[in-house]
Design a protein around this ligand. Structure first.
Ligand code: ARG
Length: 561
């Protein structure tokens, strides 16, 4: 079974004998506004331009040439070719397949079991988990689900920012002004305050910078005191991040962060040197990328310290050795585009052909009243607190709408967290997201709550019947527009992953909910007549696809709300 669009597009493609690509035809398809004009329409203007024939003539010719057992009739209507499906048999086929396959509907084997590594979340220790890290986590988690649905094996890697010159600064600040108890009580807040204080004081006392460089050097050389402090900062930070991950229900296969690669840096530097790729620049060692019109990639700093770039080189090489990835995704903000370009090019220069399979997946900013939400300058927004607030707002909604709901606490978490995630994913990945708890938790609007509510509403209908759903098809307009949409799900699953764009799936789910709610208010679903089983099969299919769409986005769908 194919989606209704593909079925029509393929028939057109055959009739056109390669004059337009299948993808191009699919992109041109429209949904007629009036049902008398059929279930799908193909406008002939593009072809008319190319072939220099009138679109009306083309439509006429095509309509006569096309036939397919799924079509009841094909008609030319002015410059359009309109298709009418055999609604009964097409819908019976779509719905029985969904009922049979359940949550596996839309599974695809494009990946053929190959591994995809996904670098996601990757916050910096001793710093708050930023809004950017939230986006990376949420997008990365959804891509991981989508990868799996498309037949890949995803490996989620949390590449913690746990190494770098900033730890020299932090150790210096802690030794000057730190307090052990305070750090234990509020590690992230306290460590950030020390870091901010370092920068303030270093402005008038530049000697602090030298001290910090020395401490980082000591850390790299394995000095015991330096290592002990670093490890303590790291442990405290991870414990705090873990609370956020638990709330978001996300887990990782690896927490190998930057520090994990310390003992592999020298090997990479030697390899670069042996290949003659290193040049000296101001005392630092760099790889020139002049031929690509890019600034050089900094490998070793003047004082001998390692760089963010060389650690990513080591990590990429290690990832390939460990996982033999087919693709290696990096879900990281757009401000690191140059960094990833450089890292990939250097790997290519080193002779690693798999570097072509590394893909940087950037995303837009989270804004508050139009401005970038930032965690710098002491203006800290702790993500755990944001999530807790979302859950508490969800709890209030439940108390208002359904105070007797069982499992209120679980559902409040599903709504609160789901709203945060869905609000992030429903817009194009590269667009900015305006952060507003009120908007994201609204009952009306394209929110997780709206979708969860639609799903629960459908589930409650199904609870009223005992018979197993079965179908011989439906042909009324309301039902058939849902069936058409349901038939698109497998394509959406593929496209959302191949474009690394979970928003396509989110928009699909919103549309499905709209269609279902229109159906719900127009049709008496439970009326005892000969069509009842068919209607219930449709309702059941909607719950399956809605729930699976939400799952792929990382949002849970409770059965009762
Ligand atoms: N820790 C970095 C940051 O917060 C993100 C790391 C992204 N991943 C990578 N392999 N460089 O900016």
């Amino acid at each position: 079974m194919e989606s209704y669009q593909l079925t029509f597009a393929q028939a057109l493609h055959t009739a056109l004998q390669g004059k337009l690509s299948l993808q191009h035809i699919t992109n041109l398809l429209e949904t007629p506004r009036r049902k008398e004009l059929g279930d799908a329409a193909f406008p002939c203007f593009t072809l008319a331009k190319e072939l220099k024939i009138s679109p009306v003539d083309i439509a006429q010719e095509l309509a006569e040439a096309i036939s397919h057992p799924a079509f009841e009739k094909v008609e030319a209507h002015g410059p359009y070719v309109n298709v009418f499906f055999h609604r009964l048999s097409f819908s019976a086929e779509v719905l029985s397949r969904i009922l049979r396959e359940g949550e596996h509907y839309g599974d695809h084997d494009a990946g053929n079991g190959a591994t995809v590594t996904i670098d996601l979340s990757s916050p910096n220790i001793a710093k708050p988990f930023s809004m950017g890290h939230l986006r990376s986590t949420v997008i990365g988690a959804s891509l991981s689900h989508l990868a799996e649905k498309n037949g890949y094996v995803p490996i989620r890697i949390n590449y913690l920012g746990d190494w770098g010159t900033q730890f020299g600064k932090l150790i210096t600040a802690y030794l000057h002004w730190g307090d052990e108890d305070r750090v234990r009580k509020q590690p992230i807040i306290e460590l950030l305050a020390l870091y901010v204080m370092f920068h303030e004081k270093a402005q008038t006392n530049p000697a602090l910078n030298d001290e910090a460089r020395l401490w980082f050097k000591k850390l790299e050389d394995g000095d015991e005191q330096a290592l002990q402090l670093w490890k303590w900062f790291r442990d405290e930070s991870i414990q705090s991040f873990q609370k956020t991950y638990d709330l978001l229900s996300i887990s990782f296969h690896s927490y190998n962060g930057e520090a994990f690669y310390n003992d592999k840096i020298a090997g990479v530097v030697n390899q670069l040197r042996a290949k003659g790729l290193l040049t000296l620049s101001d005392g630092a060692e760099v790889v020139s990328l002049e031929e690509h019109g890019l600034p050089p990639c900094l490998i070793v700093k003047r004082d001998g310290a390692s760089t963010y770039a060389v650690r990513d080189l080591a990590a990429a090489i290690d990832r390939y050795k460990t996982y033999h990835f087919k693709k290696s995704l990096y879900v990281v903000g757009p401000e690191q585009s140059l960094h990833f370009q450089q890292v990939m090019l250097v790997l290519e220069k080193m002779g690693y052909t798999w570097a072509k399979e590394m893909i940087h997946i950037p995303f837009g900013f989270i804004l508050k009243e139009g401005k970038k939400m930032s965690t710098r300058k002491g203006k800290i927004i702790l993500l755990e607190e944001v999530i807790a607030e979302a859950i508490s707002l969800a709890r209030q909604t439940i108390e208002l709408k359904n105070p007797t709901l069982p499992n209120k606490e679980v559902v409040a978490k599903q709504i609160g967290v789901g709203s945060l995630i869905f609000h992030d994913l429903k817009n194009d990945r590269l667009g900015n997201v305006e952060f507003s708890l009120q908007t994201m938790l609204a009952f009306e609007g394209d929110t997780a709550l709206y979708l969860q509510y639609t799903h629960a509403r459908a589930c409650s209908l199904l609870r009223k019947v005992t018979s197993a759903p079965s179908t011989s098809g439906l042909c009324d307009d309301h039902s058939f527009s849902i069936v058409k949409h349901l038939s698109l799900f497998p394509v959406i699953v593929q496209n959302s992953f191949s474009h690394y764009e979970p928003s396509q799936l989110a928009k699909y789910a919103i549309q499905l909910a709209h269609l279902f709610n229109a159906y719900y208010s127009a049709v008496r679903i439970l009326t005892e007549d000969s069509e009842r089983d068919n209607r219930l099969a449709l309702v059941k299919s909607v719950t399956i696809v809605l729930k699976e769409s939400l799952r792929l986005l990382g949002v849970q769908a409770p059965e009762e709300l």
